[in-house]
Ligand binder design. Structure first.
Ligand SMILES: C[S@@+](CC[C@H](N)C(=O)[O-])C[C@H]1O[C@@H](n2cnc3c(N)ncnc32)[C@H](O)[C@@H]1O
Length: 299
């Protein structure tokens, strides 16, 4: 059962019993039953606040969290996305504390959210002993203008680590940008082009090359919105883990993180409260393509 990184071809099938990953030592005595298992990961169909406390302290390499943004979206009957500001932040603090607890020393935590929420979330993480690494501005071209305000054009990806420094940080280089019409390079790099690393430029904390999940081939048939690009999640995973490490995503959605982990040979634990069958569909069929990933990861 193999999948090729960077490929839009998927060859996943349900694993046989001997291929299934056994997350020994990850859960406390009350091991919950996963809804789906693969050779690399396990999906739990439940509230993350019910599953996270059953995970032992210090066992996860990276947490990637893309929670509901409290914008009144309809995820299903079990999720209330219209909380008061205080209730929303209180809820975030509860799952964040669990995420901090289960991270290994030096483990990484990524939280994708609106700038409005990632300001108090970042402050809470710093107060809770986590170390700030980056506020990554992810340029999003699809937001609507708001009267009387600046045109919002980025979401925030907070990147923290547990303890003074990350146990894994792999430098990423992105390809030198070319014009998509004429193919010529866009910048002249101040006359230093010849001295540049042929593998690309160092990734910055402004990501303006993450495509929106717009085309049908990248989307779940059963879920049309709130799906992250595999390119964004691949970067976070590649930056903070190596093959065989364990990534947890408490808000599975359409399963982007698990799809990325499968192609990049990371173990994963996923949780999703609403429709999890579409995640299983995604992981076991060829229906959703991944965005092209041209980054160079320095070993
Ligand atoms: C913004 S979406 C995540 C999208 C995902 N990153 C993707 O690319 O498909 C948030 C998800 O969290 C789920 N969710 C909300 N509250 C939850 C909870 N308490 N426990 C687990 N999942 C929850 C929602 O049903 C929704 O699918």
């Amino acid at each position: 059962m193999t999948r090729k990184a960077n490929s839009i071809q998927k060859t996943l099938v349900f694993p046989t019993a001997s291929e299934i990953w056994n997350p020994e030592g990850i859960f406390s005595d009350d091991v919950p039953s996963p809804h789906f298992r693969s050779e690399l990961g396990q999906l739990y169909a439940d509230d993350c606040l019910a599953i996270l406390p059953q995970i032992r302290e210090g066992v996860i390499d990276t947490v990637f969290a893309d929670p509901p943004f409290n914008l009144g979206k309809k995820y299903g009957s079990k999720v209330n996305d219209s909380l008061s500001e205080a209730e929303y932040l209180d809820w975030c603090k509860r799952w964040l504390l669990e995420c901090i607890r289960i991270l290994k020393p030096g483990g990484s935590l990524f939280v994708y959210n609106l700038p409005k929420w990632n300001i108090p979330i970042g402050a809470f993480l710093s107060e809770s002993g986590m170390t700030f690494r980056h506020w990554i501005a992810v340029n999003i071209k699809m937001l609507l203008p708001i009267p009387g305000r600046l045109y919002p054009s980025h979401y925030s990806l907070l990147y923290y680590c547990k303890g003074p420094k990350p146990k894994t940080f792999r430098n990423i280089r992105t390809p030198i940008q070319v014009c998509r019409h004429c193919g010529k390079e866009i910048k002249d790099y101040g006359g230093h082009r010849d001295a540049m690393n042929p593998k690309g430029v160092n990734l910055t904390d402004v990501w303006d090359d993450v495509p929106p999940v717009r085309h049908a081939k990248f989307k779940s048939e059963k879920r049309k919105a709130n799906q992250l690009s595999t390119k964004l999640v691949s970067r976070a995973v590649e930056m903070s883990t190596t093959k065989g490490d364990l990534v947890l995503d408490p808000f599975g959605g359409s399963g982007t993180t698990f799809d990325v982990c499968e192609s990049r040979h990371r173990h994963w634990i996923g949780i999703e409260l609403e429709d999890y069958d579409l995640i299983v569909d995604r992981l076991t069929t060829d229906t959703i393509a991944q965005h092209q990933f041209n980054d160079h990861i320095e070993e």
